[in-house]
Each structure stands twice: as C-alpha cells, then as structure tokens.
Design a protein. Structure first.
Length: 155
C-alpha cells in the first residue's frame, strides 16, 4: 500500500493505482460540475504513455475550467495526486491533464467535435462507469415538479 502524502486528510490510495477506479473517480469529479458525454477509454496494451483517457465536455470555456478545477482539487485533496502536466488551461477549449496512468481531456463541444478522440481511438475498449455518473438524474424543477401553465401569462 502506498500513501501519496503524510497529510491526514488524504486517504490510503491503493484505489488510484487501478486505472478503471481512477477513471471513475475522475468522471465523478467532472460530473459534479455537470460535465456531459463522459467516456473512459482503456488504452492498456495499445498506448505506451498512459493506461486510460477520460473524455468529457463542458458547454462553455468557463465550465471547462470549472471541470478542470474540480478534478484537479479533488484528486489533490482526497487522493494526494497532482498532474504531471496541464495543457490548454488559458483558452479552456481543450484542457488536457496528464496524471501518468490516466489522461483527462475536457473539451468545449466544438473542440470535441473537431478533434474526435473517441473516433481516433475507436478500436479500444471503454471503461464502464457508474450509471449515475454517465446518466445523472435530471435536476429538480424550480416548481418542485408542479406543472406550470405558461399560456396564462400576461402579454
């Protein structure tokens, strides 16, 4: 068992040595910031530089930055992990976070469509993520689920 830091708030991190578990942890942090289309690709046996990609989308450059921040600070605080390298944070259209065993890609919709990483790595297996991460429950309506008749509004 390895402990990545002596900080008592950091848990024992044998779970972060498993790329599948680390992909799920990263995906959960991204989902907390409403990332969409979260996909994890298993690159073991195909790539020499990483074991997995986690790819997700933020609707705007601000959301891409918020997703980066959630992943970065979550992995640092809860698991004592820091990225080896971060690219693209200035423009926040495609942010790449290299954690050695896993590389996180956070795109705006336009950048994701342009680069099409899932098609480039189309032959690799996908890592199964928890359903609540991939398909989160819809946000509760501000009316508490009570239907609102919008046709009776003043004109």
């Amino acid at each position: 068992m390895t402990q990545t830091t002596t900080d008592s708030s950091v848990t024992d991190d044998t779970e972060t040595t498993d790329p599948n578990r680390l992909a799920e942890i990263v995906a959960a942090f991204a989902a907390e910031k409403k990332a969409s289309d979260i996909v994890a690709l298993d690159l073991r046996g195909v790539s020499g530089f990483t074991d997995a990609f986690v790819v997700c989308t933020g609707n705007t450059d601000r959301q891409v930055k918020a997703i980066h921040d959630a992943v970065h600070f979550g992995l640092k605080k809860e698991h004592g992990l820091l990225p080896r390298r971060v690219e693209g944070l200035t423009e926040s259209r495609w942010v790449l976070m290299d954690y050695w065993d896993i590389v996180v890609h956070v795109f705006t919709p336009e950048a994701r469509e342009f680069y099409r990483l899932e098609q480039l790595w189309g032959d690799v297996e996908r890592i199964e993520l928890a359903d609540e991460i991939v398909n989160p429950a819809p946000a509760e309506s501000p009316t508490g689920g009570i239907p609102v008749d919008e046709s009776s509004g003043a004109e």
